[in-house]
Design a protein around this ligand. Structure first.
Ligand code: PPS
Length: 343
């Protein structure tokens, strides 16, 4: 992470719960503007170091904050362009000129215990594919955790379906290793719906039955974002325009749920990591109905928002959705020269 830049730009728009910078190049509409200056970021890091002494503050920041520039609309593109150039080295820039404009009282060097680095691997999605489980499970690996040798992994589920992300990530680092976790696209649609459903309930907004969103006037509603995100072939084509297939490792999200270790071993291999994740790192939690993690003497399951029960979907609607996605799946299998056990 380029702390220099972080500290010199006047405002950041940030939220908890997501890693790193948003390379999609747009502000998430769901985010509420929250202007914070460098002092607030320093305070946050100090707080994290005190509250979670065993966790590297860089990691905490990467995993807990998504930092995107906040600025009035017209200025945003310009700031973002500068940001991408400077932080990710798309174009060399004169850092001296940035230093000259530094009027803040905050140190420009990285806070103690943190380091400046862009991620060496990115979990690009897919949303509801199991990205959190994958990240937390990879985190078991000592080289993916603290210490100087760590490999930094960013997770942003929205990248896979973003038209701009492949090009931008390629410009940032064309040899970056991409991790993509996919699950049965029909299940993914239902999971996507379930998440939005619970979010809306929490925010006291009206909810609709999934069937009403999936089908309009008897035909599949192609404007429904949850369906669009499950057209894996369409999104994959976009990535393959910028990255060779060998640079994209696809994790089978359904297999990760059933038995995490083999999938994680494949990832270790892909990332050239020593095989350090072991069967003893997992145990099946009957109450949650999912595997949980045992590492560093602690046991933890994913947050309760992961692994929620799905609604029962009307059979004929489900059939319609599956039939439609089947054709896209076939195209996807050809593209990635591999098949998955999707219905
Ligand atoms: N071990 C374990 N524990 C709990 N949940 C697990 C696990 N492994 C995979 N999953 C599946 O991960 C799904 C959520 O995916 P994401 O983390 O990618 O969601 S998000 O896009 O970041 O919101 C989530 O989807 P839902 O079941 O629909 O909640 C889970 O099925």
């Amino acid at each position: 992470m380029n702390w220099q830049l972080l500290y010199n730009l006047p405002y950041f728009h940030f939220r908890r719960g997501n890693p790193n910078f948003d390379l999609r190049g747009r502000q998430d509409k769901a985010l509420r503007p929250c202007s914070v200056g460098p002092a607030a970021i320093s305070r946050y890091l100090r707080h994290q170091r005190a509250a979670r002494p065993n966790v590297s503050p860089t990691k905490t920041l990467l995993y807990q904050l998504e930092v995107t520039l906040w600025s009035p609309r017209l200025e945003r593109e310009e700031r973002e362009r500068r940001f991408l150039q400077e932080d990710f080295g798309i174009d060399p820039v004169d850092l001296d000129s940035i230093q000259a404009t530094n009027t803040s009282d905050v140190s420009t060097s990285p806070p103690p215990g943190t380091s400046k680095r862009a991620p060496q691997s990115i979990i690009i999605g897919v949303r509801k594919g199991g990205t959190r489980a994958l990240l937390e499970m990879l985190d078991i690996h000592p080289e993916v955790a603290a210490a100087a040798t760590e490999i930094t992994i960013e997770k942003t589920p929205g990248y896979f379906t973003s038209p701009l992300a492949p090009e931008r990530i390629c410009a940032m680092n064309s040899s970056i290793k991409l991790l993509l976790i996919l699950r049965d696209p029909t299940e993914r649609v239902i999971s996507d719906y379930t998440q939005v459903y619970f979010n809306r309930l929490e925010n006291h907004k009206p909810v609709q039955a999934i069937e009403n969103l999936l089908v309009r006037n008897g035909v599949l509603n192609m404007r429904y974002k949850a369906i669009q995100r499950s057209l894996y072939d369409v999104h994959m084509r976009n990535w393959l325009r910028h990255f060779p297939l060998e640079q994209i490792h696809i994790v089978d999200g359904d297999a990760l749920i059933r038995d995490p270790l083999p999938e994680l071993q494949k990832v270790e291999n892909f990332l050239n990591l020593q095989p350090r994740i072991a069967p003893s790192n997992f145990y099946f939690n009957q109450t949650k109905g999912f595997y949980c993690i045992r590492s560093d003497g602690r046991e933890r399951c994913l947050h309760e928002s992961k692994g929620r029960p799905h609604p029962v979907v009307n059979n004929s609607v489900l059939h319609q959705l599956r039939a439609f996605l089947r054709e896209h799946n076939r195209t996807f299998f050809r593209l990635v020269r591999r098949t998955f056990n999707w219905q």
